[in-house]
Design a protein around this ligand. Sequence first.
Ligand code: SAH
Length: 425
Amino acid sequence: MPKETQRPRRVSSGGGRAGFQRTPSAPRVRKGTVRISAEIASHLRAGHPYLFREALGARPLREPAGEIIDILDDAGSFVARGMYDPDGVVAVRVVTRDEGEAIDSAALLRRVSAARRLRQSLLPESGMTAYRVFHGEGDLLPGVTVDRYGQHLVVHLFSPAIEPLRDGLYDALEATYQPRAIYEQRRYKPLAGEGPRGPATLARGEVAPVEIEVEEHGLKFLVDVTAPLGTGLFPDLREGRRAVAERATGRRVLNLFSYTGAFSVWAARGGATEVVSVDLAAKAHARARRNLQLNGLPEKGHELIAGDAFPVLAKMAERGRKFDLLVLDPPSFSQAKGRVFSVQKDYRELVQAALSVSASGALLACVSNTMKVSAEELDRAIGEAAFRARRIVRVVERRGLPPDFPVPAGYLEGHYLKFFLCAVA
Ligand code: SAH
């Protein structure tokens, strides 16, 4: 593991915050700087965390992954400092806009502590042990996320640029949370490989049990912190689950792509008269069943169907089955047929199929959690489906990321999670 990258820094002319490391007498080293246009500088100054490779134009950088780069505007003034990534579409991830701040272990500890204070001020004090403790760019260190599941932390590393900071980050996490273990997943190529994602690996602490019980607003869920694709609970969808619970009373609920049944558990808690969960994976249903039991929710009135959502919907429509609250949260990549789920076509067809089993007055929750799908595209897909199904569909509520997923102002596309609650006439 390369040592933390650092070079002597010039003292900033401004005041700066106390505690930043400064090396007043050291000369400025010109290596590792890049000049950008005034236009791009204004975006970065307004909070955008990424300098894209295409913005470098004909001035490619040749630094190794993780090298600290100073970004200057066309007049040579300091804009931001970040980490270099030689591979991806993002060339530099911005870590600081303070010229006097070094990117070192003290900075990492400040970031992790500040992130913790933010959660403490915004999340409930009890009944909440599954949430994001560190959200990359939103906590001023793009390229890494950290989720808490009980006494365990799960880190996702999205860029080789973060590797030189990895040990310092884990030290800061251990000092701040004293976790039983830190598990990590590399989400970039080529280290992560081209094949399917492997299980998370133990980076610090002791091996975790196969199942850990966590709480979300007092509801209990079982998770596996080592699982390759998901632990069993996606913390980013929490506000959507709450929206479903708030509207579930007296409704017949259909949860498509139900996975471990998180929406189903919330719907049952919210007073649904009937909950039907549909997922290709029977294994996911086993976890869903246990999640229901864990919360003392009756299994009676809960149906688990293992199958492809489309034929299941077709069969239900054929039999005239109707629901009053439907949740559509398809994967962005459909592994079932080995093809990419295209929102333009597949989402539209999915909504159309869901409308065929929607009672008049039903609510339809449409979810997309990929940045590749904009809110506009999702909205359009729903609208086109409504036209084809000859139904009137209106968006009555939109929810997004919970507060433990802060998004910097100036970075609108960072709101990757879309949750549209629609009223169906
Ligand atoms: N809605 C879930 C997360 C969905 S993850 C939650 O709230 O936690 C995506 C799920 O879709 C996986 O469990 C996967 O098994 C399932 N899936 C993928 N393709 C499917 C298909 N064609 N029909 C039904 N389920 C599918």
